[in-house]
Each structure stands twice: as C-alpha cells, then as structure tokens.
Design a protein around this ligand. Structure first.
Ligand code: COI
Length: 356
C-alpha cells in the first residue's frame, strides 16, 4: 500500500492533566487520530486533530446495526523516560480479523501503527507514572453511512483515542470474585465471539448487572450451546492451575484471542510450567476445587493485566481458590509482564516497540 502522510493539527488550548489517576477510562487526552473510508477513495485523510466531538447523521449505520470493532492496548513510561508499546502489531492484526468478520474494509496495519506512534509521542506528557498506571489506547472503527437497509456500510471512521488509566478493577491487583453465568450466553461458535466488536459487550451487560451488586467483579461465561465448557470472563481470558498444570480454554471460535493470553502462554512455556489449551468444563473445575487440586485461577487482559480470581460462585456453590489469595503463577506472570512493559525487565521475546 502507498504510504499516506498523517496530517497533524495541534490543539490551541490544552486540558489540565490530573494529579492522580484512580480509575479506568474516564479521562481523555488533548488529541485523537481519525481517518475516513469511502467506497471510491478507500481509507484516506489520516490525521491527528484536537480531541473532540464527531458529527454523525442520525441514520449512520453504527446506531442501528452496530457494525463496529475496537482494540485495547497500552503505553508505558520506563524509569529512564522511554515510552513503550506492548505488541501493538498484534492488536492491529486482530483488528483486521475483526474487520473481516464484521464486513469492514481492512486497515493498513503499518499506517495504523505509525499513526499510533505519532499520537502517543505527541501525548507523551499524558502517560501517568504512578505504580500500576498507564496510557490506555483505544483504536476503533464505526460504520457511518446514513442508510437504513441491512448491509455493510459504504463509509467508516477509524479513530484512536487515549486515556490515562489506573487499575481496571476496584480490587486493583487483589483477587476478584467472579460469578459463573448459567443462564445467559455471550457468544456461540459461528457468531462474533472471537471478534472484538461492541455487540459482544452489549450482549454481556445484563448478566454482569445482575451480579454486580452482590460483589462480583464480572461473570465467567460458559459455551453458548451446552453451557458446560468454560469460555472467558467479561474483559479477560481465563486460566486455571489444577494439580500443577495450567489450563486455559482453547480458542474454539467463540473466545477472544487475547494478546495477554498469548503472552502468558509464551511465558509459561518458557518457564517449563506445564500448560495446556483445551476444553475444560465447569464440572471439572468444581471437582478440582472439591478435591483440593484447584490451585489457582486468574484472568488475563490488556485492561486487567493479570487478575487473580479468589472466588468463583457457580449455582450457589462458592469455590474459594488459594484461600482467596493471589497465587504464585499469577504473581510471577504479573511481575514479568509488567516488568517487561515498564522496561524494568529484559524483553527476550521482542515484545516492546519503543516510541522515539
Ligand atoms: C482490554 O483489555 O483492553 C479490553 O478491551 C477489555 C475492555 C472491554 C475493557
């Protein structure tokens, strides 16, 4: 593809930066990236502009049929002031897989990465430096054609916005409580479960709402057909350690292929910790908990990093895992991943992209 020049229009007034970052996804930086798609021009006019509202026709297809995809990654400042991105090429590759599933035209992954680097470099001062904080990056595409027929849109917007964030869960890095969902399902094979599209998250809200006032951070989804096999948690993939072996559900088509999931698998193999991707039923997990072999459970995700699970509740039964404490494997993965991301540890897998 031809290399397109990214135009830059700088904001004339800058926002006040926060004194401390306590929460996730509520604050946005001074600039954003935007690029248009039309049938005749393809993806065109890539530009960095002041952060602000966008104007859409009320008939824009995104409002009606939900044709959208998104990604999530982070930028980190290292102790010597370098700026790191973690495996950003994986996010843009996955975005194109999601695009394909949602009939959205593919983006130029190199251009997207270049745009992201320029945007983050411009917003470097916004990357928080307190422990556990980072600059969350949200690339997304929406369909914009004003048309009420059900068909792929002829027009799209690709945008990248940035948000300084703290921990995703109020528990921080402490173990969370998760409810196993037995009634509602998130995705089925052949559906859009492995695409990162807004509809999957819309479909997940009700189950989460129903348990959130009982102290559960999120729900654990079972497969959409038999409600038997474990799939994933609301915003993370999930891992269990049973009798010394780490197990994560294999990617069957309805599970999101997480970048942190892939990184955790790579690290576990590198450490010679037995690890298997396979189908695992909720009954097997319950039995392991009953016979004392369920040693750890944790989630993996960009927003959540490595999030230990201290309790799972399934049909009224509480599975308390590792006495509700963070397990050894989860801790080692958390320390190593964040060590690499924040430039405090070696990067043996070449996962870091430095921003100049
Ligand atoms: C991420 O981990 O970046 C995600 O996309 C999860 C999100 C829905 C908060």
């Amino acid at each position: 593809m031809t290399v397109q020049t990214i135009k830059v229009e700088k904001a004339t007034t800058l926002k006040q930066k926060p004194d401390a970052i306590l929460d996730f996804g509520t604050m946005f930086t001074d600039h954003m990236f935007i690029m248009d798609y039309s049938g005749d021009k393809g993806w065109h006019d890539p530009r960095i502009v002041p952060y602000g509202d966008i104007k859409l026709d009320p008939a824009a297809m995104i409002f009606h049929y939900g044709q959208s995809v998104f990604e999530g990654l982070k930028a980190y400042v290292t102790p010597n002031g370098d700026v790191h991105l973690f495996r950003p090429e994986k996010n843009f590759a996955r975005m194109n897989h999601s695009n394909e599933r949602l009939c959205i035209p593919a983006i130029d992954e190199e251009l997207a990465l270049e745009a992201l680097k320029q945007l983050v470099a411009l917003e470097k001062e916004w990357i928080p430096t307190e422990e556990g904080t980072s600059l969350y990056i949200r690339p997304f595409i929406i369909s914009t054609e004003p048309y009420l027929g059900v068909a792929p849109s002829q027009n799209y917007l690709f945008m990248i916005i940035l948000s300084p964030v703290g921990a995703y869960y109020k528990e921080g890095i402490n173990p969370v409580k998760i409810a196993v969902e037995s009634k509602y399902v998130r995705a089925v094979k052949g559906g859009t479960g492995e695409a990162k599209t807004g509809g999957n998250y819309a479909a997940s809200l009700m189950a989460q709402e129903l348990v959130s006032d009982k102290g559960f951070a999120q729900v654990l989804w079972l497969d959409g057909v038999e409600k038997k096999y474990i799939e994933e948690v609301g915003s993370m993939n999930v891992f269990f350690k049973i009798n010394g072996e780490v197990i994560t559900p294999e990617l069957t088509g309805s599970i999101l292929p997480g970048v942190t999931r892939d990184s955790a698998l790579t690290l576990l193999k590198h450490w010679d910790i037995p690890v298997t991707e396979r189908r695992i039923t909720i009954e097997e997990l319950y039995e392991a908990s009953q016979n004392g072999t369920l040693e750890e459970a944790f989630g993996t995700g960009t927003a959540a990093v490595i999030s230990p699970i201290g309790q799972l509740t399934w049909e009224g039964k509480d599975l308390i895992i590792n006495d509700g404490k963070t397990g050894e494997v989860a801790k080692r993965l958390y320390d190593t991943l964040t060590g690499i991301q924040y430039g405090k540890m070696e990067d043996p897998f070449d996962w870091i992209t430095k921003i100049d």
